[in-house]
Ligand binder design. Sequence first.
Ligand code: URP
Ligand code: ZN
Ligand code: ZN
Ligand code: ZN
Length: 482
Amino acid sequence: MEFDTVIHDGTVSTATDTFKADIGIANGRIAAIAEHLSGGAQRIDAGGRLVLPGGIEAHAHIAQESSSGVMSADDYLSGSISAAFGGNSSFIPFAAQQRGQSIDDVIATYDARGARSVLDYSYHLIISDPTPEVLHEQLPRAFARGITSFKVFMTYDLMNIGDAGMLDILTVARQHGAITMVHAENNDMVKWMNKRLADGGHTAPKFHAVSRPELAEEEAINRAISLAKLVDAPLFIVHVSTAGGAQIVQREILSGTRLFAETCPQYLALTRDDLDRPGMEGAKFICSPPLRDTATQDALWKHVQSGTFTSVSSDHAPYRYDETGKFLNGFDAPYPKISNGMPGIAARLPYLFSEGVVKGRISLQQFVALSSTNAARTFGMTNKGSIAPGMDADIAIWDPETSRTMSLADQHDNMDYTPFEGMELTGVPETVLNRGAFVTHKGKLIAQEGQGKFVARAPMEMGPRKYLAKERNPLNNFGVDI
Ligand code: URP
Ligand code: ZN
Ligand code: ZN
Ligand code: ZN
């Protein structure tokens, strides 16, 4: 067989196995895996290094306006380049609907933005305005195009769609085999805390953490799960930041609920004390939900280890530490007027590898599952997320031994800071292939703008109706299907 590329002498790891092998690539796909493959128009000598499925970043805000209208610092070019330097070969940022905007218009807008990507990409649709036209005409058109996931918000006045809005969306998602992601924080609890803090004159960045209590996340996670269970729709809880929230997710998964969740490196690596840095430096660490404490870090790591989380995602939400980003409302703005979010798309996998695999908290197979395979399976990227014949040749080659001190220059994004600055991390993603083509090689950018392609994603199996099905619950429903 003729190969375009052979990766020779790799230590290949998937979500289940690790083995020494050569990989033959033809027409962008993995064509053969064997102890030794000769030939290949191009040969890459992995020299025993790790050959892993390229990371799939399932939570990133790229060329996206925040709920208060601030444009993220990274577009699809810089965002995908940064992702690639972080060991990713594809990503699924958000395409956000502004209130009053049609979904067709949202998709057309993001198609134009996405065209610059150096990595394969798709979008999760953020729905802020679930009108009947959106629910019954526009969303089905989006599903038909292979956009099979949404995000909804239970917080932020301009995004929160209320419980009834969530039930409507979950119901449509179930009908079409889509999965709903939810930002779970109780909006009224946060607003009530904001008012009390403002009345007391407490406006410094550190009060951001006080304003969004753990209970606000826990309550909203519980409620979101109840809403999803009522209509038998699968649910994905994004950026879980609390031990209590993770425990609820674990309990529900164990009791058979179709539930998925992620946490993010910032909740494992940083704490609310980072919000209390001198001057306004704490603004760099404002994200929602907020950073917590070291006890929470320990608890979240245990959930990463024991399988509560489907993935560890970055929630890359890049707003610069200047008047275009964090301080759009002035350098002395009170914390509620500072843009929420922090960058991390290039740091996610180096952090998880170093603190997870190198420190012995998780296996290499768990790393692959948490960084790539599980996202591929959950979000319908059927040709990605593993190393097997027929799959897209989306591959990251890692040097597992080299250590470095994280710095802004390593991020290759459009940001002016990284919250992971100064962290000592071992393991460097050196080379990334996307459908067999180099994106980065030996630490250099190779890809051309626009090399990435939109990925149409497959629908999810929904399983039987349970809660409101008349067969299941004839007394509660008087035998009527709802
Ligand atoms: O603070 C954050 N995470 N900003 C990004 C938007 C979101 O809620 O994910
Ligand atoms: Zn060989
Ligand atoms: Zn969110
Ligand atoms: Zn986010």
